[in-house]
Design a protein around this ligand. Sequence first.
Ligand SMILES: [Zn+2]
Length: 267
Amino acid sequence: MHYTRRMLVCPVRGCHIALIRDGRHLLCAHGHSFDIARSGYSNLLQPQDRRSKHPGDTKAAIAARRRLHDRGVTAPFPQAIADMLRPSASDIVLDAGCGEGFYLGSLARETGFDAHGVDISIPAIDAAAKRYPACEWVVANADRRIPYADRSFSIVMSITGRMNAAEFRRVLREDGRLLVALAAPGDLIELRGRGRDRVARTIETFSNEFMLVDRRSIKNSADLDAAAVEDALVSIYRPMTSKPPAAMCVTFSLDLLLFRATSSPGM
Ligand SMILES: [Zn+2]
């Protein structure tokens, strides 16, 4: 496990040297120290990165999302991602914006790869660490800087998260791959109407550092009871209407994009 810890770097601005584990702390050679929580995650969030416009998911949204995953409504999705990525046990994988860890944790259990998840939400990372203790979980603001050394990973995943093309490229190896999952226009269409198609703009966002090699759409329709419909609404921060939600069939859908890193100037 030691070599994975060495990939973590100090998040203090201007420092960014290796972090070494010492008991319940991670330390850099300049004396910066970070706690490892009881549940096993590391909190590398810096004060200046905490006041973000995107402070991360609330405890309620995380719990609602996990209950939906546990009902199996998204069960086909990790399999579809695995079919596209074909990860192996020798891969080193980062999930940037991993939330409560369902996708990374499920894929890591299936494949046995070396798994690392980063999210800005402490309750999300705490939940991830408790359920998937074999993976490494880190609280950090990946919008600013991913606290890993250059070229640490063979695969980066961004699943309905915010995208930071330059940082994804920096932490990927030369032959690395990037899996991006976007909420498809039909995702939760029964609850929020038709969404935007984000595929073209996303490909454009990554065009400097990455080349698209595959794309797929996946969909699952599920009969939800009223409590599950309420969870779906909470998970997307939809205010409750005056009447309580009723049972209905709800569509879950993702657009999957697989990119390969291209060599960029200066690398
Ligand atoms: Zn430091």
